[in-house]
Design a protein around this ligand. Structure first.
Ligand code: BTN
Length: 327
């Protein structure tokens, strides 16, 4: 049994203990190790931040858990069908998207989730850096294998954005909005970013990595000075710390529900969920499409998620990708 599996087993015993106490004998049976070896495992959990009381003749009791995203904690009674069937947690990694790519290539099952406490080389869109300090935020990457042609891969961006907006709204009790196609904002400030990356051949998706970064408990002083946009966190918006564990569990459930809808009914219900958070219809925007800029009034979205703009000369434009800035 690996160290992480042993920790998971002990934490599961604590969760199911009626009076909170778990005897050394129970743990020793569950792990198949000696009573002395248990003591070592308990010490390791304490070092991770779990406050565990030891009472002679009664056993061990969990008094307080740190806000860590250990796989066993995330998966306990998660109840999802696909998303989160496998969860892998890193205290530190360069980028969860890179880890998810490795897993995707190696044949990881659909719904595998990679989480990290901190990233040393967090990746943003267009080759930008994603600020990823430890202990405060959510950094997640999910491997999916939707049975659609690669040209539909961008539909998954709407799915992630809708799930994140819904989780931010519910957790913080505030109004989240989506900026086409993929940032999530609160009061016009960016609270979450999505980086979806595709591995495919001409007609078939091998896998997609859905990268999600959400600023949860980040303080104002932790944001980089050179941000290109106003940014915020749930803590800054609500004045309250958010449990990262509760947040990620809620997010995975929303992702799972939307993904099941997508597989059963296609893109329309996902787009409808996303549109509930899209508040730019009727607004003038500028879209930076890499090699050109388009200015127009947002008419809505096409059935494939393209942005429909009315231009100053009365013409119409369908935009498939770009950075939107409200004017
Ligand atoms: C953006 O530029 O808005 C997208 C940011 C995406 C950041 C997330 S954090 C988890 C995952 N791992 C990464 O390296 N990037 C994504």
């Amino acid at each position: 049994m690996t160290g992480q599996d042993a920790h998971a087993t002990i934490l599961a015993l604590f969760r199911s203990a009626g009076d909170g106490f778990v005897s050394g004998a129970q743990i020793s049976r569950a792990l198949g190790v000696s009573r002395t070896a248990i003591w070592k495992k308990i010490e390791q959990l304490r070092l991770l931040g779990y406050a565990i009381e030891a009472v002679p003749s009664k056993g061990y009791r969990l008094q307080e858990s740190p806000d860590l995203l250990l796989a066993a904690e995330v998966q306990a009674e998660l109840g999802t069908e696909r998303i989160g069937r496998e969860v892998i947690y890193y205290a530190e990694t360069d980028s969860t998207n890179l880890r998810a790519h490795e897993l995707g290539k190696a044949g990881a099952e659909e719904g595998t989730v990679v989480l990290a406490d901190r990233q040393t080389a967090g990746r943003g869109r267009l080759g930008r850096h994603w600020c990823s300090p430890g202990g405060v935020n959510l950094y997640a990457s999910i491997v999916v294998r939707p049975p659609v042609a690669p040209r539909y891969a961008s539909q998954m961006t709407f799915l992630s954005a809708a799930a994140v907006a819904q989780t931010v709204s519910e957790t913080g009790g505030l109004t989240a909005t989506v900026k086409w196609p993929n940032d999530v904002l609160v009061e016009g400030r960016k609270i979450a970013g999505l980086l979806n990356e595709l591995d495919a051949e001409t007609e078939r998706i091998h896998y997609l990595v859905l990268g999600i970064g959400v600023n949860l408990n980040m303080q104002a002083g932790q944001f980089p000075d050179d941000l290109r946009y106003p940014a915020t966190s749930l803590l800054l918006e609500t004045g309250r710390r958010v449990s990262r564990l509760d947040f990620v569990r809620c997010l995975l459930r929303h992702m799972d529900r939307l993904y099941s809808l997508y597989l059963a009914q296609g893109f329309q219900p996902v787009l409808a969920a996303w549109q509930q958070y899209f508040h730019l219809v009727g607004c003038m925007v500028e879209v930076d499409c890499q090699n050109r800029r388009v200015v127009g009034c947002v008419q809505g979205l096409d059935s494939d998620g393209a942005l429909l703009l009315e231009l100053a000369d009365g013409g119409r434009e369908r935009v498939l990708a770009g950075d939107v800035r409200p004017l």
